[in-house]
Design a protein around this ligand. Structure first.
Ligand SMILES: *Cc1c(COP(=O)(O)O)cnc(C)c1O
Length: 426
């Protein structure tokens, strides 16, 4: 029996799936200016929730315009913690273990340095080459800045798609201070078993830091159940917080007063408004803040996260698995014969919510899709067309239409009009 047996390759079938989708109504929570535009880039920049428009209008006109500095005591000062508490519900942590602050890269820097200083006798850091470049750069620079006493081991993915657990088991040893990985890999979508990997690192005596950028809001995460030590993640992808929205960080409660923040700004100080000149870190998660929080965007993050909480992570995951499986079935039927290769794991348990398809003309196809086919995927070197499924607003017909248009771009030689020079932002 072919793996595709349960699918029918008609548009009516896609329409029927949307009709039966219990989450279909959530699409209405988002601003959709052009219903014919197929947006499959919610894993780079999520759509704008309608309630965010209202929140930001209230923010600018009333909170900032009228209330002015009084607003700091009317919700602004507490916004990083309050929003963190909501993100915590999405990622399986206690409310006082998550805070929304700074960028993912900055948070990674703070937590990695804090972890290394907490484990002064261990001199090895382990990561893999599926990790996001920013993470690797920061690890390299931390090693340089700490006097090159650390050895950074970057495990090589044998297939460019996933990393076998055995590789990690053999790399993480008694000398390892920290294992840090992207939970879901940004290119292939490969997703680690957080509980199992955390446990094997703990057995070797290492701490683990998870980068949740491509999994938060896409797959259910259980930081507490997994015994996770540290995590960071961004809010402009599946959490729909808008461009440049602040990131979140998680520190297991039992570690919070043992780790120290290497960028000890005044927002990390206990009683910051006492303006004491001796640094005394806050006893709670606020000790991992730096300076003034990005208040306006915190209100956008809060609104975006609320929509996801209302839909529920389990239901979102069920829809995401169903949609990515459907996309793979359509790929096999129509795109594989045209030279598109599946560059994401086939097994749904091993992947997040995006699918990468490689094609030797990937860049030209990507441009043709954006320029004249009304499909927005994104592109990741060397030849990956990355299709992000955001189950909160992506419809089955969107997936169906995207595949039809990806087929047409090749069968009608439409991509040949475009150069293979890369775009600045994809
Ligand atoms: C998107 C992404 C980042 C982005 O970091 P910023 O500091 O927010 O720019 C970091 N890590 C991973 C895994 C990502 O996917």
């Amino acid at each position: 029996m072919p793996s595709n047996y349960k699918y029918s390759f008609t548009k009516e079938f896609a329409v029927q799936l949307d009709y039966e989708d219990p989450l279909a109504g959530f699409r209405n929570e988002f601003v959709i200016e052009n219903p014919d535009l197929i947006y499959l880039d919610g894993n780079s920049l999520g759509r704008l929730p309608k309630r965010t428009v209202q929140r930001l209008q209230d923010f600018t006109e009333r909170q900032w315009g009228e209330r002015l500095i009084r607003s700091w005591n009317e919700g602004w000062l507490n916004a990083p913690m309050r929003t963190g508490g909501k993100v915590a519900q999405l990622v399986g942590a206690a409310q006082d273990e998550v805070i929304v602050t700074d960028s993912t890269s900055t948070n990674l820097f703070k937590l990695v340095v804090a972890a290394l200083q907490y484990m002064p006798d261990k001199k090895k850091i382990v990561t893999d080459d599926l990790n996001f470049p920013s993470d690797i750069y920061i690890l390299q620079q931390i090693c340089a800045f700490m006097g090159n006493q650390y050895h950074l081991e970057v495990l090589h993915s044998p297939d460019g798609m996933s990393v076998p657990t055995e590789l990690i088991t053999s790399a993480v040893d008694g000398q390892t201070a920290l294992l840090t990985l992207s939970h879901t890999a940004y290119k292939s979508g490969f997703t680690y078993d957080m509980g199992a990997i955390t446990e094997l690192a703990h057995q070797a005596g290492a701490l683990v830091l998870w980068d949740l950028c491509h999994s938060a809001g896409a797959v259910p995460i259980a930081l507490n159940d997994a015994n996770a030590d540290l995590a960071v993640g961004c809010t402009y992808k599946y959490l729909n917080g808008g461009p440049g929205s602040p990131a979140f960080l998680y520190v297991r409660r039992s570690l919070q007063d043992r780790l120290s923040n290497p960028i000890a700004g005044w927002f990390s100080q206990k009683n910051q408004f006492a303006f004491n000149l001796n640094y005394e870190p806050a006893a709670d998660i606020r000790r991992f803040m730096v300076g003034s929080p990005f208040i306006m965007q915190l209100y956008a993050v809060e609104a975006g996260v609320e929509v996801l909480l209302e839909a529920g992570m389990e239901r979102l995951r069920a829809k995401s698995v169903s949609q990515t499986d459907y996309l793979i079935a359509l790929w096999e039927e129509w795109l594989e014969p045209l030279g598109y290769a599946l560059k994401s794991p086939r097994e749904s348990a091993q992947r997040g919510s995006h699918i990468s398809l490689g094609h030797k003309e990937g860049m030209r196809i990507d441009k043709a899709l954006i320029e004249e086919m009304n499909v927005i995927p994104d592109f990741r070197e060397p030849d990956n067309i990355r299709l992000g499924i955001a189950p909160i607003y992506t419809r089955y017909v969107d997936i169906y239409e995207a595949v039809i248009r990806m087929r047409q771009v090749v069968t009608d030689h439409i991509y040949e009009k475009y150069s293979s020079e890369r775009l600045e932002v994809t």
